[in-house]
Structures are given as structure tokens and as C-alpha cells.
Design a protein around this ligand. Structure first.
Ligand SMILES: [Zn+2]
Length: 414
């Protein structure tokens, strides 16, 4: 006799059970089809006397499937009942129905859920201060959010430990124990979340025990493969989010990522195994170059020689792709006293600054906009300090000349 039929014999004659749904997925998580009686039909929501549909929980999304070939679009728990949303049904209480769980989806989620137990337990083993904040197990995304001092080394080590546990084909077992059972001291459990007197404890071999009301596979071998695909900050909700994939999806992602790493190593001229240090050197080199470039930019700005318009210094210069902040700082510095400037920076776009010292009667915004307008550009700012840009730098020199001529003619009248 199968476990499911034992459940049937135990529950069907009991009139009290009419209020609650017998959760067949607990006694047999591999049950794909079942027959049940409709207990109530309220709108689109159907309650059955028993169901193999998992209503979600522990971060795992609810099942999908069909009741009498009608799609079950949502499943949820409501007290002791499991409710199934079946749009367009004509069921009434007492009908006998045949249910089919979307097994491909469910099995993937069950493996993901078991993978989450295994991954978290390995992370926790290496990092005992770590706390579980949130689990998400869906077809699109499987992840754990945690609080604690994790880093890539710990994540890598945990992954290796997960793969060993998969190789060892550890059994995944479930048993219910009283809430005050002393053995619970060694289990991962949040007692305040346990309703009722019994706790369902899910064990993976003898390496992990956790309280959980979800559905799991029978052995770690069924996971086949687990790959961490993302390890990112999850602030403020938690410290980190660790995303992972299971089985075939994990293998395919591993292949894609490995190809990307090989290409990156080739581009950096390093051996794949030295990619980390090659990248770190390249980043260090880039920072150093950026620093040097900034020093050159500042020197070029400092060496600008102004033309003199009736005692007023007019600085002008067009530079290639200069750092915006460096250019703005220079414009402010050069025009501190009885001076004006037109500074431009051209890469794909053009950036322009027109500025003058506060003692001069010049509206820099007017000068800037008149020069930029023919190139489809514009800008704004304050009377004595205006910035703007044009979508292309093709006519950058024309813009500069136009701004300088205009500014010059105003300064001559100052
Ligand atoms: Zn679980």
C-alpha cells in the first residue's frame, strides 16, 4: 500500500477532515495526479478534501496544473484548507475531480528548495554567525538572502561542499517531532514560526536539520548540480543575496560563464587560472592611468594663457574628453577675479562652460545658449557660471569661436 492510499484510508471516513484539506504532497511529494472531492466552490476558488498541489511556502512558489483539464492558476493556503483558483469552472460541492500537478515546474522548484536547504546549511557551517533573511524559489529565480560576513571565498567553499554532498547521494528525510523535543536544539528552527504542537524536521544526511513544511526531493543526487550564479549586496533588506541554479540550468550557466571567463582571460592576456590577479592588475593600471590623465588635464588648464580684453583676462580652451569635474573646477578657479572663460570638452558629445567673475556684467547663460543653439544644444546655470552641451561634438570649434566672439564683444563694453 502506498503512503498516499494510507492517507486516503485514514482521512476519508473522518467527518472532521471535511474542514481541512489533506495535504497529499506531504506524504508523497512525488504525487503528480490525484482524485479528490470538492468541499466548496466560492467564485473561482475551489477547496478539495485532499490535494497534491503545494500552496507555496518557505519561499517556494505555489504549484500550477489542472483540475479536470481546467488550468489551476493560483494555489494558496487558507487556514487548514488549500484553495485552488480555477477560472471558468462549473464545479459544485461533492463533485469528484481529477487533479494534475504541472510536474516539470514542481520538480524544478522541489529541487531548488532542497538545494536551498543544502546551500544555506553549507554557508552556515562555514559562517556560523550568518542568518537567513529570505528565500525565493521560483522558476525564474532561486536565491537566499542572508545577514552575515560572507565573501566570495566562503561562497566558493560552500559550493564545493554542496557538490560533495550531491556526490555522496545523501538521503533527504522528513519526520515530525513534538515542539519540545530536545533533538530540535540541533536543528535550524524559528520556534516562533511554528504553529501547532508538532514540528516537521527535514534532514539532509546528518549534515543539516531544519524545520520546514515544504516539499523536498528524496536524495541530494536528484539536484545533480548546484551553481551560485550571483552574489550581490542586498542592502537594506539583508547583507547579501546568493542566487543559484540547479541541475541542467546550472550546467548550462556554468558553460556560459566558463566561456566568458576564458574569453576575458584571453583579452587580458592571462591564463584562465590567473584571471583574478590579471583583472586586479588591469583595474589597478586603469586607476593609475586615470590619475595620470587627471594630472595632465589639470596641468593643461593651469597653463592656459589668457588674452587680455581691456584689462580682463579671457581664458579659452577646447579639450578632448576631459573629466567634467576637472573642467568645472578649473572654470571656477580661473574666473575667481576679474576674468572670464570659455572651456569645452569634446568626445562624442560636447560640453561647454562659460563663466566670469562676479564683478563683470555678463550673463553667461545667454552667451552659452547662443553658441550651442545652432548645434541643437542648450544649457543653464547661474548668471556668472553656465554649463551646457550639444549632442554631437562635430562642430565643437565653431561653438567655441562663437562663444568667444560673443563674450569678447560683451567684455569690450564692460
Ligand atoms: Zn524545506
Amino acid at each position: 500500500m502506498t503512503e498516499a492510499s494510507i492517507v486516503e484510508r485514514l482521512y476519508l471516513p473522518d467527518p472532521c477532515s471535511l474542514l481541512m484539506t489533506v495535504r497529499l504532497y506531504h506524504s508523497d511529494p512525488y504525487l503528480k495526479e490525484f482524485t479528490a472531492q470538492i468541499v466548496s466552490a466560492e467564485g473561482e476558488w475551489i477547496a478539495l478534501d485532499r490535494t497534491a498541489f503545494y500552496p507555496g511556502g518557505g519561499g517556494q512558489e505555489p504549484d500550477r496544473g489542472t483540475l479536470e483539464r481546467l488550468p489551476v492558476t493560483e494555489v494558496k493556503s487558507s487556514g487548514d484548507r488549500v484553495l485552488h483558483r480555477v477560472p471558468g469552472h462549473a464545479f459544485t460541492a461533492g463533485d469528484e475531480v481529477h487533479g494534475t500537478v504541472d510536474w516539470q515546474r514542481r520538480y524544478e522548484l522541489m529541487r531548488g528548495h532542497t538545494g536551498e536547504h543544502l546551500l544555506f546549511s553549507r554557508l552556515h557551517e562555514l559562517c556560523p554567525d550568518m542568518e537567513l533573511v529570505k528565500i525565493a524559489i521560483g522558476p525564474e529565480r532561486k536565491s537566499v538572502m542572508v545577514k552575515g560576513p560572507l565573501d566570495w571565498n566562503v561562497v566558493s567553499e560552500a559550493q564545493e561542499s554542496v557538490l560533495s554532498a550531491i556526490d555522496e547521494n545523501l538521503p533527504v528525510t522528513v519526520r515530525s517531532v513534538p515542539k519540545d523535543d530536545p533533538s530540535l536544539a540541533e536543528a535550524r528552527i524559528k520556534v516562533e514560526r511554528i504553529h501547532g504542537d508538532e514540528v516537521r524536521v527535514v534532514s539532509i544526511g546528518d549534515i543539516d536539520r531544519a524545520a520546514c513544511a515544504g516539499v523536498h526531493v528524496r536524495s541530494t543526487k536528484e539536484l545533480d548540480m548546484l551553481l551560485v550564479t550571483k552574489f550581490t549586496s542586498a542592502r537594506p533588506a539583508a547583507d547579501f543575496e546568493v542566487e543559484f541554479e540547479i541541475g541542467e540550468a546550472a550546467k548550462r550557466t556554468a558553460l556560459h560563464l566558463s566561456a566568458a571567463a576564458l574569453r576575458a582571460a584571453e583579452a587580458l592576456g592571462s591564463r584562465p587560472q590567473d584571471l583574478d590577479s590579471a583583472l586586479s592588475n588591469a583595474l589597478h593600471g586603469r586607476d593609475k592611468q586615470a590619475q595620470q590623465l587627471r594630472a595632465y588635464e589639470e596641468r593643461a588648464l593651469n597653463e592656459l594663457i589668457p588674452s587680455n580684453i581691456g584689462g580682463i583676462d579671457l581664458y579659452s580652451g577646447l579639450f578632448g574628453g576631459m573629466d567634467r569635474k576637472v573642467l568645472l573646477d578649473a572654470a571656477a578657479r580661473l574666473t575667481a577675479e576679474h576674468a572670464a572663460c570659455v572651456l569645452g570638452s569634446a568626445d562624442e558629445k560636447l560640453m561647454l562652460v562659460v563663466a566670469c567673475s562676479p564683478d563683470l556684467d555678463v550673463d553667461c547663460r545667454v552667451v552659452l545658449n547662443e553658441a550651442l543653439a545652432p548645434q541643437g544644444g542648450k544649457g543653464g546655470g547661474k548668471k556668472h557660471f553656465a554649463t551646457g552641451g550639444a549632442p554631437t561634438s562635430e562642430r565643437a570649434e565653431d561653438v567655441m569661436v562663437s562663444a568667444i566672439v560673443k563674450l569678447r564683444s560683451i567684455l569690450e563694453q564692460n
